[in-house]
Unconditional design. Structure first.
Length: 295
């Protein structure tokens, strides 16, 4: 959060104190290099890399891990702090078109020497909300992927889920598809805070989804929390940590609330002429995360 600025002495750089308030952040980069840096003349280099066998990069090809990230850009609602490319207005036909395009792209990569014939070490379904898809849509996608690149040797298959999109049938299907790590986007356990931050689920849905996920034996269940949401207090944060420990998930991921440019919170700030976001400052968020880690 700090920047480097010139001091009054020539050639000497000074570092100002860490920023206290949560102001609007930077643009989120989802792909590196960013697409804005790509040029048509670089396409041959990309194709050449895909046509290269893994053995040319490492004397032991089996030690070169292959990971797949699959983005599902559909949600029931757009959270006020969300900076991802997501859609909340697409019908089943539009979703099917996206899945078809995704599988076509996947087949192009699977047909190249650098990818084809290898076994995936890990697979990650992120979003958006992967669990927004219906059971039929999920099976269509995963069956198509497995036909191109088997999962049988994957060390981990991770799947992000919004608790309100989960029912017993869908959770069973997700487990049967080979998902080993279910990541629940809990964020907070208080219904008011969930609602005011634009989350689609409620606390009762968290408890129900978690209990059944445990019952059917997911090897790993992760819970996401966000420190410093709109109107969050220290008492609320401590209660969220307590409830998380009570559930005893296999892992916990904690984020500190940020406000990138393409969020609805920033749009509201801009309209009102505000520079500081209506969330906890950085010192507070760091203290809350430290408390959670210690607990």
């Amino acid at each position: 959060m700090s920047t480097i600025s010139a001091s009054t002495q020539p050639g000497v750089k000074t570092t100002p104190p860490l920023q206290k308030e949560t102001t609007v952040g930077n643009y989120f980069v989802s792909h590196f290099p960013p697409f804005s840096f790509w040029k048509p003349e670089l396409v041959p280099e990309v194709k050449a890399a895909l046509d290269r066998a893994p053995s040319t990069l490492n004397s032991q090809p089996s030690t070169v891990p292959l990971g797949l990230y699959v983005h599902i850009p559909f949600c029931r609602k757009r959270c006020h702090f969300c900076y991802f490319k997501v859609y909340t207005d697409k019908n089943s036909a539009a979703i099917r078109n996206y899945l078809d395009a995704l599988l076509r792209e996947f087949s192009l990569y699977a047909g190249k020497p650098f990818v084809g014939g290898r076994r995936a070490n890990f697979i990650y379904f992120g979003g958006g909300t992967p669990s927004y898809l219906s059971v039929d849509q999920l099976r269509y996608l995963t069956d198509g992927m497995k036909a191109l690149l088997p999962w049988d040797e994957a060390e981990e298959v991770a799947f992000e889920a919004e608790p309100g999109t989960l029912n017993d049938q869908k959770l069973k299907a997700i487990r049967e598809m080979g998902v080993t790590r279910l990541s629940l986007g809990v964020e907070n356990f208080d219904d008011h805070i969930l609602e005011i931050n634009g989350r689609a689920h409620h606390s009762k849905e968290i408890a129900r989804a978690y209990a059944y996920s445990r019952e059917i034996g997911f090897p790993q269940i992760n819970i996401d929390l966000i420190a410093g949401m709109v109107e969050e207090t220290e008492a609320n944060w401590r209660e969220c940590v307590r409830k998380t420990i009570e559930l005893s998930p296999d892992s916990v991921t904690i984020y500190e609330m940020e406000i990138p440019f393409n969020t609805t919170i920033y749009q509201q700030m801009k309209a009102e002429g505000k520079l500081v976001a209506p969330v906890a400052d950085w010192d507070t968020k760091r203290q809350w995360v430290s408390y959670a880690f210690s607990e």
